[in-house]
Design a protein around this ligand. Structure first.
Ligand code: NAP
Ligand code: MN
Length: 265
């Protein structure tokens, strides 16, 4: 177990960011944190950038449960970032006054073709990669629930509910509920093809499986958060909610619902 005060900064190595991160590193050392060069040695991983960078920080460091992830924004304060890089005094004050708590965000685990598994913090998407509909059999556990025909499906975590899922009219879900939300992207609905037509939530005791019908559109694009999977021939996705939670800092008076209000209202 790495030292509790070992801190790794995750950011895109650009001139501009490097300049901004330098004072952060100095500040960290001043307050007795050890800045480490390898995320494996860290117990705190600070992502610098936006929500997209935070997703990458978590993915590239392996969705660690023994780590505290901290989002430091360089633009607007998003959903995974509680701090702003231009407001260092606030950051220090909050750490010193113990004005921070830890929150735990549920993830989803996606298994492809009964072989490789991946974690997601926002969502997994499966979409047609050609100008032709994609057909999938949707199972809830062993039960054949519906046959989907359309552009694709989004399976979102609660924290992902404010991202892609929301763009297709998904509900915003409290991250205190460990669940997954399944939403359609342009389903075909007529006398031949019928899907539920609204998003639905599955509990953490359910397993969802999506089987791609092999009818000539057999190479869908699979997205895990902000990365495309390189597996081309995905025939079956099995999705469940693992015990794995991502720990991040929470400032007082900055709950998920404060963020929702700040971003959308
Ligand atoms: P991007 O295209 O730059 O992201 C789109 C926007 O989504 C950015 O403003 C990003 O914030 C924001 N975002 C990311 N996670 C969010 C969350 N949990 N709640 C609210 N907003 C969130 O790509 P990216 O920054 O790498 O983010 C990847 C995410 O984009 C994917 O996981 C997916 O959810 C989303 N996406 C949305 C659509 C759509 O709405 N049609 C299509 C594709 C992907 P930052 O600017 O702070 O990074
Ligand atoms: Mn982004």
């Amino acid at each position: 177990m790495p030292n509790r005060r070992n801190l790794f900064f995750f950011y895109k190595e650009t001139e501009e960011l490097r300049e901004k991160v330098e004072p952060l590193k100095e500040l960290a050392s001043k307050y007795d944190f050890h800045v480490v060069d390898d995320p494996k040695d860290a117990s705190i991983i600070a992502s610098i950038g936006g929500d997209g960078s935070f997703l990458q920080a978590v993915r590239k460091t392996g969705f660690r449960e023994d780590c505290l992830y901290v989002g430091i924004s360089t633009g607007e304060l998003g959903f995974y970032c509680d701090f702003h890089i231009d407001n260092l005094p606030e950051m220090v004050e909050n750490i010193l006054s113990e004005g921070i708590e830890v929150r735990r965000y549920p993830t989803i685990e996606v298994n492809v073709n009964d072989e490789s598994s991946f974690f997601c913090l926002n969502e997994c998407t499966i979409r047609s990669s050609i100008i032709k509909t994609l057909v999938m059999n949707v199972h809830v556990e062993d039960f054949h629930f519906e046959t989907f025909r359309g552009d694709g499906l989004i399976v979102s975590t609660p924290t992902g509910s404010t991202a892609y899922s929301k763009s297709v009219s998904g509900a915003v879900v409290d991250p205190k509920l460990a669940c997954m939300q399944v939403s359609e992207i342009a389903s075909l609905n007529n006398n031949h093809y019928r899907t539920l037509g609204s998003p639905f939530l599955l509990s953490d005791e359910r397993t969802l499986s999506l089987e791609v019908v092999q009818d000539g559109n057999d190479y869908p694009i699979i997205g895990i958060d902000n990365e495309a999977l390189s597996i081309q021939h995905a025939k079956k996705l099995t999705i469940r909610i693992p015990d794995k939670r991502i720990k991040t800092v929470k400032l007082k008076d900055n709950s998920f619902w404060h963020k929702v209000q700040r971003s959308f209202l």
